[in-house]
Design a protein around this ligand. Structure first.
Ligand SMILES: C=C(O[C@@H]1C=C(C(=O)O)C=C[C@H]1O)C(=O)O
Ligand SMILES: [Mg+2]
Length: 452
């Protein structure tokens, strides 16, 4: 079969929809797929005028997805307890659908707290239209939600969405933003107080690690296009995950994060401890030296160990086997490098993604240890709403699910760019050095946005 260009595949799918009168499936998600030769997905997404828009590229780069519109959109704006989330999850899981139907979305860092407008505490959607690149294969996918409306109505909505698609346009070169003011919450004085408190023996005894973070609010004359920014970020850190959610034209959340929460293929799980940080060297020799110092450093190894030990203990009751004997390695990014240890597990057959999210997120890489007291401290001391920063974002499907930890991320709003960075605070943390670590974590996105 020859592979169609996108415009031809769109007409072919539209024809197939017109012929789809009596389908045997009457509930759940019906998916129509055409193999297609894809345009660059970020350029295509930037040109679309339908919302929501979503983008996902896995760290291993064997798949990339852009989606517009939705045929199912589950929002949890108000308080949502895990019982409700579980109910929703089981309801969706029992709907008839093929293995390839995916729910894209995320959960906030702390879903007991108020989150951002539109994003809410958790939100998952099935896009109306998806373009997916799996290795070298391109797919155009249309999803119909037969549980929401009769088939005929879903067909017309899908045809409208197909007709409204725009051709991909080359992305403009990145525009440096004119930053009018910068505000950090907490500021350095408050940060120092918090680091001092968290490292004091009295506090430290019960809560040995808290990941404190900062919101950097940049007031800008014009908010840049999120997809242009994300495409640039992707160029600087191609071995990270890249994803974005734009539920309405006003607000978008983009991330270029190195950190995997987990990838599950049937019952095989891969996760990791990514924590402990230093900068990159200017020469290969200096870079290696810095990496070796990071591996040998007590505070940084300890920082990573909290994460690994916690993940292992959470996984043990859910798994037939946990493999946690991989060596500690270095994960290199454009401006910084991290300590990294891969952890694998063979899950017990009945374990669901919901249980995995509940058990693994937030790990001590972004929350702290023990989880409950660290989260409590963060909620009452940081002074701003984390929302989806350090949340879990990705997709769920029956055979394959993947979530990244939404760090190295930005929330773009009218006239304002919010950047986020955190650092693990434990015995041996110094307020000045940890503040510098926050700056190092922002260096790449800052260099994209701002002229120095
Ligand atoms: C919390 C963040 O990063 C986390 C903290 C790290 C550290 O303190 O060394 C390293 C990687 C992440 O686990 C962030 O980038 O915002
Ligand atoms: Mg650190």
């Amino acid at each position: 079969m020859s592979v169609l260009p996108l415009s031809k595949a769109v007409s072919s799918l539209s024809d197939r929809l017109s012929q789809l009168f009596d389908h045997s499936q009457t509930a759940g998600i019906l998916q129509l797929v055409e193999e297609v030769s894809l345009p660059p997905l970020m350029s295509w997404l930037a040109a679309q005028q339908q919302f929501p828009k979503i983008y996902w590229q896995g760290r291993d780069r064997y798949e990339e997805v852009a989606g517009v519109g939705s045929c199912l959109d589950l929002q949890f704006a108000e308080a949502v307890d895990d019982e409700k989330l579980l109910q929703f999850y089981q309801q969706q899981r029992s709907l008839p659908r093929t293995a390839d139907v995916r729910f894209y979305g995320g959960v906030a860092f702390d879903r007991r707290l108020e989150s951002w407008p539109e994003f809410g505490r958790a939100r998952f959607l099935v896009p109306r239209i998806e373009l997916r690149r799996c290795e070298d294969k391109g797919l155009l996918i249309v999803n119909l939600n037969l549980s929401a409306q009769p088939l005929s109505e879903q067909i017309s909505s899908a045809q409208e969405a197909l007709a409204a698609l725009q051709a991909a346009q080359p992305l403009p070169p990145p525009i440096k933003t004119d930053v009018q003011t910068r505000v950090d919450i907490p500021d350095f004085a408050r940060w120092s107080e918090l680091v001092t408190e968290v490292t004091s023996p009295n506090f430290n005894r019960d809560t040995p690690k808290v990941v404190l973070s900062r919101q950097t609010k940049l007031q800008v004359a014009q908010t840049p296009d999120p997809w242009t920014v994300l495409a640039c970020w992707q160029g600087r850190n191609p071995t990270s995950f890249q994803f974005g959610f734009q539920f309405s034209p006003e607000r978008s959340f983009i991330s270029c994060t190195p950190e995997r929460l987990y990838r599950r293929q049937l019952n095989e799980l891969v996760t990791e401890a990514l924590a402990g940080t230093t900068v990159r060297g200017l020469t290969e020799e200096e870079d290696e030296q810095l990496a070796q110092q990071l591996l040998d450093d007590h505070k940084n190894s300890h920082e990573n160990q909290f994460v690994g030990t916690h993940i292992e203990s959470e996984l043990r009751p859910l798994s037939a086997q946990v493999f946690a004997d991989e060596p500690l390695k270095i994960f290199k990014l454009n401006h910084i490098q991290h300590l990294h240890r891969v952890i694998k597990a063979r899950l017990r057959t009945e374990v669901s993604d919901f249980q995995l999210l509940q058990a693994l997120h937030p790990t001590p890489a972004v929350g702290g240890f023990p989880k409950a007291s660290a989260l409590q401290y963060i909620a009452s001391h940081e002074g701003y709403t984390r929302g989806w920063y350090a949340g879990a974002c990705g997709f769920l499907s029956s055979q394959l699910s993947e979530f990244a930890v939404a760090i190295r991320s930005a929330l773009l709003e009218p006239g304002c760019i919010n950047l986020y960075a955190g650092a693990g605070i434990l015995t041996g943390s110094d307020p000045v050095l940890e503040w510098q670590e926050l700056e190092n974590k922002l260096a790449t996105i800052m260099s994209i946005l701002v002229d120095f």
